[in-house]
Design a protein. Structure first.
Lengths: 292, 286
């Protein structure tokens, strides 16, 4: 009887660390961050409540914000499809019964493990140097050297290429989903005389749409928060074309010490991420197929 | 064309595509390794990975090793380990305990806890950065390595993802095992340690490896929380090499980058058989 009573408390005791962490590191920051966004909060001196002035200033009087939002959206809206299409295409090819698939699978995953490292950002700067290997390769096909990092129309492409280069983990999730598709569906389709292309669009794609939704949200949310590559490779330039919101927030908070203004920027970014995620989810009933 | 030759033509085509993609993915890394053995003038203007015959040099590694006049590269690697080892251990322990309770135990508020974990999983990390910085400033955690792992003691930070991964995995473990251990007189904690953890081994290794590698890659965390030169970690010292106002020795830059990535590549190959599957299943396959 005693032992039985004691057992009932064990789950609560084991959850105590999580509860503390949830309150201190999740609930408190999110609440207080909204409060900060309504304040003028300099490094020195006391924070002062100013209502929605930060937000008003951001939307009416901040050219850097406008450029930053444009750069972020461009990166997210081009980068996300690039990653998803590449991941799906490679997973699709890997899903055929070929010898050595595991070797390729592992090799393709390496860039996504290393990709966020500063060392890779350093490498990317040199790869896309005016005399770097990328321009050398293009030169073979008669393309004139491109100023990847300093040309306003190419800088963001350089960063999107780095993002696409790290498609491995997204690809692995697609591949796991593809390997779960029942072989009998394809056999039936073969008997009915469906071509491989028809099978791709009528069987494979519909069945993996739940994983497509998962990957899409995941890649989208991460892309909105991109920092390392923009901060290290292009330093936000040229002319703010890669000055992503996360870099702007970092500069406002930790370089200029405007914690209130930076918090307001953070909340705007959160709202955008939330709105786009909600849009993806609410549209999903039209294109995600659940086989229950 | 008969079936067999059409099949092998198809296979050849697919291998061709796979190899071309593989070259695009791996070439940059090989070029980095090769360039770390080159002199400055041999690095650019060529696609070659290896230095020209007779011109290879180890000088870059010597100067990258002595990366600063007062400290060698291992000093900064050591600093990285000072937060990364506690971070990985705390992450594994706190995530596993939390996942075990949520996946296996009945208690009031279970649904709330699970929903809260999913929501924190979806919340952008960015949302917490400024408040946590100010909190750490006020409690004196700035410029300490603890700022980078204190959240993991309490299963916060990036733990939500790992908790979710472990819950998914635990669903495939038969409940009869827990019940049998209860009949044998084990407490919840004993059941976790002696029954569940051994089965969880592959996923725990995955959690540990991913946590470790993400920590190695983390740049913004150290950038914000660590201030003084004696606390600098690898990612920061690499970044500093880019800022130098003297002429950049590219070979040294590559050698330092290569050495920074080496431990990760080694760990990757040691653990890839575990976590390639772990990541593949993180999409919620049941």
């Amino acid at each position: 009887m005693r032992a039985g009573r004691k057992r009932n408390f064990a789950p609560y005791l084991m959850l105590i660390p999580w509860v503390i962490g949830f309150i201190i590191f999740k609930i408190y920051p999110i609440v207080i961050s909204f409060v900060y966004s309504l304040m003028e909060y300099p490094i020195l001196g006391d924070p002062e409540f100013i209502g929605f002035d930060n937000y008003v200033h951001i939307f009416t009087n901040d050219d850097v914000f406008a450029s930053s939002i444009a750069a972020t959206l461009k990166y997210v809206l081009i980068g996300t499809p690039c990653v998803l299409v590449t991941s799906f295409f490679v997973a699709y090819i890997l899903n055929f019964k070929l010898k050595g698939v595991n070797l390729f699978r592992t090799a393709y995953y390496i860039p996504s493990i290393l990709g966020g490292n500063v060392a890779v950002s350093i490498l990317w700067i040199q790869l896309f140097d005016i005399n770097g290997p990328v321009n050398m390769l293009l030169g073979i096909f008669g393309v004139n050297p491109i100023f990847w990092l300093t040309d306003e129309s190419f800088a963001v492409i350089t960063l999107i290429l780095l993002k696409t280069w790290q498609f491995g983990s997204t690809m692995l999730i697609f591949l796991a989903a593809l390997q779960n598709v029942s072989q009998s569906l394809y056999e039936a389709a073969n008997l009915d005389g469906a071509t491989k292309l028809q099978q791709l669009f009528r069987i494979t794609l519909p069945i993996i749409t739940p994983m497509l939704l998962f990957n899409m949200v995941n890649v989208l949310v991460k892309a909105f928060q991109e920092f390392n590559s923009a901060y290290l490779i292009t330093k936000g330039g040229p002319n703010y074309t890669t000055y992503f919101l996360n870099v702007y927030i970092y500069d406002q908070a930790f370089m200029n010490g405007n914690y209130g203004y930076a918090s307001a920027l953070t909340w705007i970014l959160l709202m955008i991420i939330g709105a786009l995620t909600a849009l993806v989810f609410s549209s999903s009933k039209y294109w995600v197929y659940y086989n229950d | 064309m008969n079936r067999v030759s059409r099949f092998s033509l198809n296979a050849a085509f697919r291998y061709g595509v796979l190899i071309v993609i593989g070259v695009f993915l791996i070439y940059p890394l090989l070029w980095m390794v090769g360039s770390s053995f080159k002199e400055n003038l041999d690095i650019f203007g060529t696609l070659a990975i290896l230095p020209p015959k007779g011109r290879g040099t180890l000088e870059n590694f010597k100067s990258a090793w002595q990366i600063k006049s007062d400290h060698t590269l291992p000093f900064y690697f050591g600093n990285t380990m000072k937060f990364l080892i506690p971070k990985t251990i705390f992450t594994i322990v706190s995530s596993t305990i939390t996942a075990y309770v949520v996946a296996r135990k009945k208690f009031v508020g279970k649904k709330f806890v699970f929903t809260a974990i999913i929501i924190t999983l979806l919340m952008p990390e960015l949302a917490f950065r400024i408040p946590l910085y100010l909190l750490f400033r006020d409690v004196g955690l700035l410029n300490t390595f603890a700022a980078l792992y204190v959240q993991d003691i309490f299963a916060a930070g990036t733990c939500s993802f790992f908790i979710f991964m472990e819950i998914q995995f635990m669903r495939s473990i038969p409940r009869e095992l827990d019940e049998a251990s209860v009949i044998d007189g084990c407490s919840d904690l004993q059941t976790l340690i002696y029954v569940i953890v051994p089965i969880l081994k592959p996923i725990i290794i995955t959690v540990g490896l991913l946590c470790f590698m993400w920590g190695m890659n983390d740049f913004q965390g150290p950038l914000i929380y660590l201030r003084t030169p004696d606390k600098m970690v690898m990612s920061m010292i690499l970044k500093q090499q880019l800022d130098g106002d003297t002429m950049v020795v590219y070979g040294k830059l590559f050698a330092a980058s290569f050495m920074a990535l080496l431990p990760m590549i080694a760990i990757f190959f040691a653990g890839s058989r575990y976590f390639v599957d772990g990541v593949a299943n993180s999409g919620g396959k049941e």
